[in-house]
Ligand binder design. Sequence first.
Ligand code: NAP
Length: 284
Amino acid sequence: MITSKTKLVGLLGHPVHHSQSPLMHNTAFAEKKLDFAYVAFDVLPEHLDDAVSAIRALGLRGVNVTIPHKVAVLPMLDEIDPLAKRIGAVNTIVNEDGRLIGYNTDGLGYVRSLLEETRANLTEQRVTLLGAGGAARAVACTLAERGVREIRIINRSRERAEQLAAHLRPLVKVQVVEQEEYRSAVESATLLINTTSIGMYPHTNEMPVPAEWLHSGLIVSDLIYNPLETKLLAEARRAGAMTHSGVGMFVNQGVLAFELWTGTEAPGELMRHVVIQQLQQGGT
Ligand code: NAP
């Protein structure tokens, strides 16, 4: 029940109507008997400044930040955690008595779920990354810090790929792949990660690389979690590859945010269960 003592957290994004975060966090708060509530705020870019001031004014305990605000919010905060600073984006804010501290739990959430589900040895991985947007940056930066052997980037916009490569170069061996070498960059990888939105609901018949490039020596990881099994993952499974869906990243970024706000261990299994159940029932 919401009372005058309830601590409020939420999501700042646009759009937010499809978000699974309110369901996931409110279920977790109830399970842990914590007097917290989570709501989604649809915030237009021109209102972000006011929305961030409202975290202080209304005494929210914190928020998640999603598309399109993850980078724009940085200068509005009082402190940025070192990993979020290196990634250059924030997805979680904690309000410590009026001081807003920005964190990024996306990259750690990704790595945690990859290790849980595939048991991959990160220092042996030759990574081919499809995409160079915000999620790619969080994932690649965290993988680079965890010592992967190399990261090759395939992206539609060459300029964005070069920007990401420049960002990663101090941390890891990195290369932007020329179009004529896309196939060999996929075939010679050990870990192929799709960070583009190709294959996401409702475009579930699309895939970012041809099925015949996939093989049994690959771990194929897709950041998309709607659908739970993208066409890329279904084809990878058919080719005998190990697969890893984006739902684990989503749940783990939520687990880490929950723990930052509440100081209490999150019920990760339950959070995963409710998200998967909702997605299987056709929630978008
Ligand atoms: P973003 O910053 O907008 O980046 C999108 C990326 O996809 C860019 O590299 C873009 O290429 C590429 N792309 C989009 N449409 C394309 C097309 N038709 N053909 C070729 N490339 C295309 O978005 P983001 O925040 O990184 O999110 C990317 C994906 O990750 C989304 O599907 C999102 O749902 C997923 N994600 C999942 C989680 C999770 O918790 N599992 C968390 C965050 C994001 P250009 O640079 O050429 O535009």
